[in-house]
Design a protein around this ligand. Structure first.
Ligand SMILES: [Zn+2]
Ligand SMILES: [Zn+2]
Length: 314
């Protein structure tokens, strides 16, 4: 696998901001989406930039661990997540204010959680442990104390944890470079992709980007990542002909598992691309796919508001 040809998109806070600005110019109808969710993307990137990959303990895997990995067990399930207790509070301070702005429907909930973290009413160790172990007892107790629902508290913790997963995925990436991963779920964290990038002549090689840890991995071009269906009669691809990007941006749907995946032909795009911002610009295609009865393989943040009652995307 040639790792040098990854999607190679712009991941710095400055690059993301530039991509957001150009999206708002290109599609003025999306400017409120850009101004709501853009700051969340930038805040997460700022946090990721501040963290150091060097602090992550890259323990070697035993032979038995590699057997599990080759059977499709994602790496974090084997190694565990990095310890982010020390940085938890700072991460919450960076991420939760823009989150509260973006999710107007649960703004008081996020603000209450943030102020409990701020004044140490919620202990960072407890929060991290509750998230890592999915400890329902602590989650329920803290949610009640903040006057919110457990699913909202869990969702908020997951948002704080995301940049840590990203930095760990980046640090662990060389470990799995030589190992085959023929699966549609992420080799690092096990999540599904929300967006794919096509590279090479005619977009022949497809890379998937994990919706949570942002890891990228090569995957068969004509197979559904979600259900591994490869019957070509069960796929459909459509693009937005009104968009300046035309065929470069599309959505492929799988009629077997009824899901869709946003797809960007990177050979046809001119500007440097940030995959998340590019996906944000494709919301019109997503709406079309949803209207046809398909669900996303993985939710992007701004999709969660499409269904206000279901903030967790579950
Ligand atoms: Zn992942
Ligand atoms: Zn499928």
């Amino acid at each position: 696998m040639n790792q040098n040809e990854r999607i190679c998109h712009e991941k710095t806070p400055k690059g993301i901001q530039t991509a957001l600005d150009s999206l708002a110019m290109r599609k003025p109808g999306l400017s409120s989406l850009v101004s709501s969710f853009g700051p969340v993307l930038v805040a997460k990137a700022e946090l990721t930039e501040r963290l150091s990959e060097n602090e992550i303990n890259k323990t070697g895997l035993r032979e038995f661990d590699w057997i599990r990995f080759h059977r499709g067990v994602h790496l974090f399930a084997i190694t565990g997540l990095m310890d982010f207790r020390k940085e938890f509070k700072q991460a919450a301070q960076m991420i939760l204010p823009p989150m509260a702005e973006a999710f107007a429907g649960i703004r008081p909930d996020i603000e209450a959680i943030n102020s409990n973290i701020e004044d140490n009413s919620f202990d960072a160790d407890d929060c991290v442990q509750a998230f890592v172990k999915n400890d329902t007892r602590i989650i329920n107790a803290f949610a009640a104390r903040a006057g919110t629902r457990p699913d909202i508290f869990r969702f908020t913790l997951a948002q704080i944890a995301e940049p840590f997963k990203q930095i760990q995925a980046r640090a662990f990436s060389p470990m799995i470079e030589e190992h085959e991963w023929p699966h549609g779920h992420c080799p690092m964290c096990g999540s599904f992709p929300a967006v794919a990038g096509l590279i090479g002549e005619g977009g022949e090689r497809r890379w998937l980007q994990c919706s949570v840890c942002a890891h990228e991995w090569r995957f068969r071009r004509h197979t559904c990542p979600r259900c591994e269906n490869n019957d070509q009669n069960l796929f459909e691809y459509f693009s937005d002909q009104d968009s300046p990007a035309k065929d470069a941006e599309g959505v492929s749907v799988c009629k077997l598992c009824n899901t869709y995946l946003l797809t960007i032909d990177l050979g046809q795009t001119i500007d440097p691309v940030n995959m998340d911002v590019a996906a944000m610009g494709m919301i019109g295609l997503e709406i079309q796919a949803r209207e046809k009865g398909y669900s996303p393989q993985a939710e992007m943040l701004w999709n969660l508001t499409m269904n206000e009652t279901d903030v967790t995307g579950e």
